[in-house]
Write a protein that binds this ligand. Structure first.
Ligand SMILES: *Cc1c(COP(=O)(O)O)cnc(C)c1O
Length: 361
């Protein structure tokens, strides 16, 4: 059997390489277990496991729209926000469609676009930061979709909201802007409505969020997005019915309802992240400041990054190599509890005395 040409040309999506028995610092999972309320909700849902889940995700949409100040009709839920990225691609892209993204944007978007035969162009991110002017310079009349991540993964850097609004204003009405805010809760957990949500109301922008990071439900596979109504209606047709398991839906609704727990997770993460960054800088690494639950560590060379990765794996920690993002001299490290990060910083300091040659700061 021959697959269609654009699938034959596709590489399998590369997930993190996790050494068995190591602590995973490779997939930006939460540093603690889900809210106890979410765990109780899963137990309850298990009793109803003989029944199909609510195909309209009503309880989850209701709590999301209350907390994030959105119209529930514009909220779609996916088996992870990855499912929604793939659904957006299926809805709007065909062989030959042109899409635009940035140098270090989430690679799964490129995979989803290629699955539909789309052609991808890339705007540079000088200094590991999205530059709206460089995106606009790459737009052509054939551009159908622009995909940005805010805060960025793996960079951790932020696009200010006024720059995003400016980007939207300068894109033509037939270009769909997708803003992936998987780490949005980490920017200001006290103001959940502060994402790019106001752009959605204008009709040509989709904002994606996930339960996998600040809410600690990566294993349950729940993501959501704020969509303009007409776009929600079309994307919905491409989702598999009953896409989210009942236990996952119940846990997600309980987790979003428990805002104090999420805010505490974010505070613990920020404190652990900032002291880890300080320790790495004291070791001579030029760590860019991150607003998310991970840190990008730049080494003097790809070899030095590889040696650091091996030393950490030998000590029981799996970091994420960044070769796939064309940053082979970097490792991305998910922020775990402070005592774990202290050991990681100590290993980096001990095992690689000569490696970091960065410029400080
Ligand atoms: C983790 C992550 C996602 C979330 O994926 P899920 O499918 O919701 O687990 C989406 N986008 C980015 C940039 C991410 O880092």
């Amino acid at each position: 059997m021959q697959p269609v040409p654009h699938v034959a040309a596709l590489d399998a999506y590369a997930l993190a390489e996790l050494e068995t028995g190591t602590v995973s610092l490779a997939q930006n999972e939460s540093l603690r277990a889900p809210s106890p309320n979410a765990i109780a909700a899963a137990t309850q849902a298990a009793h109803d496991g003989a029944l199909y889940p609510d195909p309209d995700w009503r309880a989850l949409r209701t709590v999301i729209s209350e907390v994030y100040g959105l119209d529930p009709d514009g909220v779609l839920c996916g088996a992870g926000s990855m499912e929604l990225i793939a659904a957006l691609a299926r809805t709007y892209l065909a062989p030959g469609s042109q899409v635009l993204t940035t140098r270090y944007a989430y690679l799964f978007f490129r995979t989803a676009a290629r699955m539909c035969g789309a052609e991808i162009s890339i705007a540079d991110e000088p200094g590991l930061t999205v530059d709206v002017a460089l995106i606009l310079a790459k737009v052509t009349p054939a551009t159908r979709m622009v995909f940005v991540v805010n805060p960025g993964n793996p960079t951790g850097t932020v696009i200010p909201l006024d720059e995003l609004r400016d980007l939207r204003r300068r894109l033509a009405d037939d270009v769909l802007l997708i803003v992936d805010e998987a780490y949005g809760e980490f920017v200001d957990p006290d103001r959940p409505t502060d994402g790019a949500f106001d752009l959605v109301a204008e009709g040509k922008t989709v904002v994606l969020r996930t339960l996998s990071k600040a809410y600690g439900l990566a294993g349950l596979r729940v993501g959501w997005g704020a969509f303009p109504p007409e776009i929600a209606c079309d994307v919905r047709k491409t989702l598999t019915p009953n896409n989210i398991a009942a236990a996952s839906l119940a846990m997600a609704a309980a987790a979003v309802r428990d805002q104090p727990y999420m805010r505490e997770t974010v505070r613990l993460t920020q404190a652990s992240r900032d002291s880890f960054a300080k320790a790495c800088r004291a070791n001579g690494l030029a760590v860019p400041s991150s607003r998310a639950n991970f840190i990008l560590l730049p080494f003097a060379s790809a070899d030095a990054a590889g040696q650091a990765d091996q030393a950490l794996r030998a000590a029981g920690y799996s970091a994420r190599g960044m070769g796939g993002y064309a940053l082979p001299d970097c490792l991305r490290i998910t922020i775990a509890a402070p005592e774990v990060m202290q050991r990681v910083a100590a290993h980096l300091g001990d095992h690689l005395p000569g490696a970091p040659a960065g410029g400080g700061a």
